[in-house]
Design a protein around this ligand. Structure first.
Ligand code: ATP
Ligand code: MG
Length: 210
């Protein structure tokens, strides 16, 4: 279980706390949605979980052990909003291999299979993929790191309807095999997938009743 205990975070440049004594538990292989108004701190929260930001207060535990910042970076895979803007590989194959000294072809095959990019041509540039496929590739890049927790920031942002469905189906495929936290403006799109929907408001998390 991932346990965020009494987390508070206030950047030096902010007059108020963005995250304020927040508590949340996420079970292994659970998929949760985090919703909230623009500016409510959703991205900040997943950056805290990912070890990119350090809160001033609180503990982040995984399987009953407190995690250091470094451990959080290892444990999580974060897919930022509009990940395709940050592809740096000249080919899909390169993009997948970035950061790996040794990577077995078999692992690439397994991950591409998982994200539904089985027959993709690895020698083509990532930009030649469709919008939905590019999001799948960004998830594949993270899955190759074998993260315990996958963090997706607005995975459907800027996609047309069919591509949004593509991303939804990807998440369905990953269900029950991965712990996934999805930040979204479009909770209705993910209907039926997550076990819980949480609302981030004034720095705290609330369970949604709907
Ligand atoms: N380093 C910082 N210094 C000052 N303010 C910050 C900093 N980082 C974030 N904020 C503020 O904290 C609030 C939360 O930002 P965040 O990006 O986490 O919101 P969000 O819920 O992801 O919004 P959106 O839905 O628009 O992506 C915003 O008001 C933002 O301006
Ligand atoms: Mg955001």
């Amino acid at each position: 279980m991932l346990f965020l205990k009494e987390i508070s975070y206030q950047p030096q440049t902010s007059e108020t706390k963005i995250i304020d004594n927040l508590n949340v538990k996420v079970h292994e292989n659970e998929i949760i949605l985090i919703c909230g108004d623009s500016g409510s701190g959703k991205t900040t929260l997943i950056e805290i979980i990912a070890g990119l930001i350090n809160p001033q207060k609180g503990k982040i535990c995984w399987k009953n052990k407190i995690l250091s910042t470094r451990q959080r970076r290892w444990l999580t895979g974060i897919v930022f909003q509009f990940p395709e803007r940050y592809f740096i590989g000249t080919t899909i194959g390169n993009e997948l291999k970035i950061g790996h000294k040794f990577l077995r072809e078999k692992n690439i095959e397994i991950v591409l299979n998982k994200v539904g990019l089985k027959n993709v041509n690895l020698t083509q540039p990532p930009e030649q993929l469709s919008g939905g496929q590019q999001r799948r590739l960004a998830v594949a890049v993270q899955l190759l790191r074998n993260p315990s927790i996958l963090l997706l920031d607005e995975p459907t942002a800027g996609l047309d309807f069919s591509m949004r469905n593509d991303v939804k189906n990807l998440i369905l495929d990953l269900k029950n095999q991965n712990t996934i936290i999805i930040v979204t403006h479009e909770p209705s799109l993910f209907e039926g997938i997550p076990s819980r929907m949480l609302i981030l408001k004034k720095g705290k998390i609330y369970e949604s009743k709907s």
